[in-house]
Design a protein around this ligand. Structure first.
Ligand code: SF4
Length: 331
C-alpha cells in the first residue's frame, strides 16, 4: 500500500493504522531529533500532495483486512496539516467506520482558522510542544522563517478553545536540552495556558541525523513527570510494538513501516515471532531473506541495532557500521 501502513501498537493509541499523506518529507520544522532526516526544503503552503480519493480508497481497503483496530492515525513523512484535503479525509473516514481518528501534528499551522476547523472532527489531536521559550523552541524545532513560538502557542490556545475532544500534547524530552528544572517550569507555564487533556512525554529512542541528541536520564524523566504533572495529566508511554499478524504481504508491510521510521531489531523480531507462533526459526529465516533483498540495512543507535531502508531513509546515519547480518536477539 502507498499511503496506509501498520497497524502499529502503542500504549497511547493501542492498535493504530497509519495514514501517510506525503511523497517525501514535507515539513514546516526541521527538528533536531527528526527520524526522517533533515528538512531539505521547508514547505509552509498547504497542498494536496496526492489525490484525496486515492488515499480514501486505500484506507477503505485496509479496513477490510485489518480487524481489531483501535485508531486510524494521520501521521507520516512530515507535517500532517500541510495536506489540504485532511478535513475531507477525516469526514469521509468517519462515514466508513466508527474507529476513532487521531491526527499527529507539530501544531505549527494551528494559527490558521481553516486548519483548526478541519481538525474539529478528529477524536484526538496530538500536537507538539517541546519548549516553553522562543529560544529553546527555535533551538530544538528549527521552524521555517516566519513561524514564531508566539504564533505556535497562540494556535494551540485557540484550538483548545474550539476543540472539545481529546487534545494530547507531545513533549519530546531531550537530555541536556529541555530536561532542566528551568526548562520544564517554562514548559509547564505554557501548558497551563493551553490546558490540554494530557501531555505525552516521548523520548528520542530512534536514530536521528543529529548526533548531539541524548536520551534524558531516568532521574530527569521522573522530574519532568513531576513538574508537568502540576499542570496536567502526564503519560510516559511505553515503547509500542509492531503487529504483523494480519499483514497480507509481509514484505510490503515491513517496508511501509521502515521507510517511515527506523525499527528496532528486537521489535521487528518480536512481531515476526508473533506472526509465526511455534516456529521460531521462521522469523529469523524471513528476516535474513529480507536483508538479502538489499532493500534494508542494519544501523546501530545507543547500542541497539535498527532496521532502515537502503534508499529512502537516506539521512539516517550509519553509526557503528552497516551490516547485512542479523545480530543475536537481545532478550
Ligand atoms: S515536526 Fe516531525 S516531521 Fe517535522 S521535522 Fe519535526 S519531527 Fe520531523
Amino acid at each position: 500500500m502507498k499511503y496506509v501502513f501498520g497497524p502499529l501498537s502503542s500504549k497511547r493509541l493501542g492498535q493504530s493504522l497509519g495514514v501517510d499523506l506525503f511523497p517525501t518529507k514535507s515539513c514546516t520544522w526541521n527538528c533536531l531529533y527528526c527520524q526522517l532526516g533533515k528538512t531539505r526544503r521547508f514547505v509552509t503552503e498547504r497542498q494536496e500532495f496526492f489525490p484525496r480519493e486515492e488515499i480514501l480508497f486505500e484506507i477503505r481497503e485496509a479496513l477490510t483486512v485489518n480487524k481489531g483496530l483501535d485508531w486510524i492515525t494521520f501521521v507520516g513523512s512530515g507535517e500532517t496539516t500541510l495536506y489540504r484535503g485532511l478535513g475531507w479525509l477525516i469526514t469521509e473516514v468517519k462515514k466508513l467506520t466508527s474507529i476513532p481518528v487521531a491526527v499527529i501534528t507539530n501544531g505549527s499551522l494551528l494559527y490558521l482558522p481553516e486548519v483548526r476547523k478541519e481538525l474539529l472532527q478528529a477524536d484526538a489531536v496530538l500536537p507538539s510542544l517541546n519548549a516553553g521559550t522562543e529560544a529553546l523552541h527555535v533551538q530544538i524545532c528549527r521552524p521555517a522563517e516566519g513561524l514564531t513560538f508566539k504564533q505556535h502557542v497562540e494556535g494551540l490556545v485557540a484550538f483548545r478553545n474550539e476543540y472539545k475532544k481529546q487534545l494530547w500534547i507531545e513533549v519530546m524530552l531531550l537530555g541536556g536540552m529541555n530536561d532542566s528544572d528551568e526548562a520544564l517550569r517554562d514548559l509547564a507555564a505554557v501548558l497551563k495556558k493551553i490546558n490540554p487533556d494530557m501531555v505525552h512525554i516521548v523520548l528520542p529512542t530512534r536514530p536521528a541525523p543529529d548526533q548531539e541528541i541524548h536520551l534524558p536520564s531516568e532521574g530527569r524523566i521522573e522530574r519532568a513527570i513531576a513538574i508537568l504533572s502540576e499542570v496536567t495529566t502526564v503519560v510516559h508511554p511505553l515503547k509500542g510494538n509492531m503487529d504483523l499478524r494480519s499483514a497480507p504481504d509481509l514484505l510490503e508491510a515491513v517496508t511501509a513501516i521502515v521507510s517511515r521510521h527506523p525499527v528496532q531489531q528486537r521489535e521487528l523480531q518480536k512481531a515476526m515471532v508473533d506472526r509465526f507462533p511455534g516456529d521460531d526459526n521462521k522469523a529469523s529465516e524471513i528476516m535474513q531473506e529480507m536483508l538479502a533483498t538489499g532493500r534494508f540495512k542494519l544501523v546501530e543507535h545507543n547500542g541497539e541495532p535498527y532496521w532502515v531502508m537502503v534508499q529512502g531513509n537516506t539521512a539516517i546515519p550509519e553509526q557503528g557500521g552497516l551490516s547485512r547480518e542479523l545480530p543475536p536477539l537481545k532478550k
